[in-house]
Each structure stands twice: as structure tokens, then as C-alpha cells.
Write a protein that binds this ligand. Structure first.
Ligand code: KG4
Ligand code: ZN
Length: 377
């Protein structure tokens, strides 16, 4: 059954949206209100992590994640509505991540949203998780379009030029692993525990980053794409070749890997900044460069990006971690923007493991959908 088509809401009407997220290992529900004058208020914003459930396996196990999302989602929705002091009748639309992500997980949010939409007669909005990330800096500050965004997490590594709502240009993305994966997998090899990124950063603090020489990914290759698989393999080979690796070896390799990842992120971001800068030469400097995703918590990554930004006439904007890692407020925000424009979905909306944000790049790039760039795009 399809929901009735919706005519666009008036731009000056107040709107309240419930957002749901479950595409990786965070179950989240949030209620967002946009006032008649366009001000955004977060009425509730709940996130339930699953770190303990995945820790014994050293990484996110899709089946465990899917089950945990399914178990937690409806309770979390109830709690989000209760905290907002609202019933479903007072919600104008129900937004859920419909991809990209771990398909079993994505289905938890999308199916719950469909059920709620069907039961309440409210419109459903199937949101692209990457669009949520792209808009997320606007949850915490008054940020005008356009801006350049580096999304760097356990699932994604992408440079996106956010030109306006619905107008996203992907300048580069990873050809293999995401940067967070490279942190996590290297940490796992060295027995640092899960999640590996923060553990590796702590360990790197007492290490010598110059001790091990790691390859610069895609050295000499033009463009803004990333690759971290070679780096990860090189780190593992170094570790395996150490006769009796101890604490100092662990610290030195952590520091070397961290520096290599930070440098790779900064060098590709530099090119993206030059591209963005050339296309927007009329804009006031410094230009906005937003970094989002869990890896943005890493201080060495931040300082490398901040240095590059100032060299290129940009200012680094790092939103609070709560909104730059996976959350439902950003999904509600993207949903709200679609709802204003009357862009709603039928109950046949599909959960998608892959869903590139930038349809043009996806069409031009034959790799999308059939392999290399697919899973991370
Ligand atoms: O955005 P996020 O919370 O979830 C998704 O992947 O969607 O990002 C998690 C990733 C993990 O790979 C984690 O190891 C990494 O971000 N991370 C870090 C740090 N904190 C989190 N990587 C390096 N240094 C950190 N301090
Ligand atoms: Zn994410």
C-alpha cells in the first residue's frame, strides 16, 4: 500500500520529524523541530551503542548488529517521543535511514518507520545516511551552503562538496577500506582491542612515528580518492616480521600508522580544497571545511587537516562528536528538508546496502554497484 502523495509543506510552517538510524552499530532515534522561522530544535536525541556486543569479535558482526537493532528500536522510539513530550499524532513525518549500510541493520530502522507510518498515516521519508552526514554540521551551527566535507568513519571515507540541499558532488572516496577500518584492523593485529581507533591513538602517544616506513597510498595518482588496504597490509607485515614484539614496538607502529593515515587524509583533502576553491572563487575566505565521522576524534588527523586547511584558505569545522558520528538527529534533519519539499516515499521504499549520494559520480563510475567503490560509496 502506498501512502497518499504529499504536497510540499509551506516553508513558513513549523514541522516536527522523528528520525531513526541503524545502519551500522548504533541504534538511534531523535525528534527534531523546525520552527516557522526555520530554527532547528532537537527535542530528543538518543543513541544506543553496541560496542560490548562486538568487542569479543574485534569488529562489528552484521548479524549481531541486526539483532540488537531490531530488539532496541521500538523501545528507543517510545523513549525519544516521551523525552520530546510528543505522541505520534504530533509528528509530521517519520524519517529513517534506508542505506547505505549493513542491510540487516538498515532494515530495523526502515521497517520500524514503515510500521509507524502505516499505523499513524504520517509520511515516510527514506533517507540516505550519507546525506544525513552531509547535513549534520548544520545541527550545531549556522553553516551556509556551499561547504566542503570530509566524512571519515569506520564505514566511509569520502570528500563531498555540499553545494546545497540535494546537490552533493563527490570529489573522492576510498577504493577499498575506510580510514577507520585501517585503524581498527591494525589495532586488532597488535592486540589493542575494539574499537581500535581510540586504542591505537592512546598507544601512539608514546611511540616514534619515524621508526617504520609505511607506503603513501596512491602516491602520484591524481584526484582525491583514497586507499587504505595497502597501508593496513604493510603494517601487518611489519608486525608479523618483528621477532618478539613488545610495548615499544606496538607504540611505534601505532604512531607510524596514525601518521600515515593522517597524511593521506590531509593530502587528498588538499586537492579537494583546491578544486572547491577554484569552483567558488567568489566566496569569502576562509572557506568552510567540515570533518565528520569517528576518525575526526583523532588529534593527529585533526591537526594535519587543520594545517592543510589554513594553507589552502579554509577553516576547519569539527562538529561535536555526538553529531559527527552516527546519530538520528541528522537523519531527522535530512528527512525534514525532504518533507518541506514534499519528497516522501511509499511503503515499498527499499533498504539499500549501497546508495551513492552523488548520482552523477555513480553513473560516471562503472565501478559503483559492482565492486570496488560500491561497499563504501
Ligand atoms: O562515525 P563512527 O562512530 O561510526 C561509523 O563507522 O559509522 O566511526 C567509528 C570509527 C571506528 O573505525 C573507530 O575506530 C574510529 O572511528 N575512531 C577513531 C578514533 N575514534 C574513533 N580512529 C582514530 N582515532 C580515534 N581517536
Ligand atoms: Zn555514518
Amino acid at each position: 500500500m502506498d501512502l497518499a502523495p504529499l504536497s510540499p509543506f509551506r516553508q513558513d510552517a513549523a514541522l516536527t520529524v522523528l528520525g531513526l538510524e541503524s545502519s551500522c552499530d548504533e541504534t538511534a532515534a531523535a525528534v527534531l523541530r523546525r520552527s516557522a522561522t526555520g530554527e532547528i530544535t532537537i527535542l530528543s536525541d538518543l543513541i544506543l551503542g553496541q560496542t560490548a556486543a562486538h568487542a569479543p569479535y574485534g569488529g562489528v558482526v552484521p548479524e549481531i548488529a541486526a539483532r540488537a537493532h531490531a530488539e532496541a528500536m521500538s523501545g528507543l522510539v517510545e523513549q525519544a517521543l516521551a523525552e520530546a513530550g510528543l505522541g505520534l499524532a504530533e509528528i509530521d513525518g517519520i524519517a529513517a535511514t534506508a542505506g547505505p549500510g549493513l542491510i540487516g541493520g538498515v532494515m530495523a530502522a526502515l521497517m520500524t518507520a514503515k510500521g509507524l507510518a502505516l499505523g499513524s498515516g504520517k509520511p515516510l521519508i527514506a533517507v540516505n545516511h550519507l546525506e544525513g552526514h552531509a547535513l549534520s554540521p548544520r545541527l550545531s551551527e549556522q553553516l551556509d551552503f556551499p561547504y566542503l566535507l570530509l566524512l571519515v568513519s569506520g564505514g566511509h571515507t569520502q570528500l563531498i562538496s555540499v553545494e546545497g540541499f540535494g546537490d552533493y558532488r563527490r570529489l573522492g572516496s576510498t577504493l577499498d577500506d575506510a580510514a577507520g577500518e585501517a585503524f581498527d584492523k591494525t589495532a586488532k593485529v597488535m592486540g589493542l582491542g575494539f574499537p581500535g581507533g581510540p586504542a591505537l591513538e592512546r598507544c601512539a602517544a608514546s611511540g616514534n612515528a619515524k621508526r617504520f616506513d609505511l607506503p603513501m597510498p596512491l602516491k602520484g595518482r591524481p584526484g582525491c580518492d583514497f586507499s587504505f588496504a595497502g597501508l593496513k597490509t604493510a603494517a601487518r607485515q611489519i608486525w608479523d616480521a618483528l621477532p618478539a614484539p613488545g610495548e615499544q614496538d606496538r607504540a611505534d607502529l601505532s604512531a607510524s600508522v596514525q601518521r600515515a593515515i593522517a597524511r593521506a587524509l590531509a593530502s587528498r583533502s588538499k586537492r579537494a580544497m583546491q578544486d572547491f576553491s577554484a569552483r567558488h572563487d567568489g566566496l569569502t575566505r576562509p572557506l568552510p571545511f567540515v570533518v565528520a565521522g569517528g576518525v575526526a576524534a583523532n588529534q593527529e588527523v585533526r591537526s594535519a587537516l587543520s594545517k592543510t586547511a589554513s594553507e589552502e584558505g579554509f577553516r576547519l569545522i569539527a562538529p561535536p562528536m555526538r553529531w559527527c558520528t552516527d546519530n538520528a538527529a541528522m537523519i531527522a534533519l535530512a528527512g525534514l528538508e525532504h518533507l518541506i519539499r514534499g519528497e516522501v516515499d511509499g511503503l515499498d521504499a527499499k533498504a539499500r546496502a549501497r546508495w551513492p549520494l552523488d548520482a552523477t559520480s555513480a553513473k560516471l563510475d562503472p565501478a559503483i554497484g559492482s565492486g570496488r567503490k560500491g561497499p563504501k560509496a
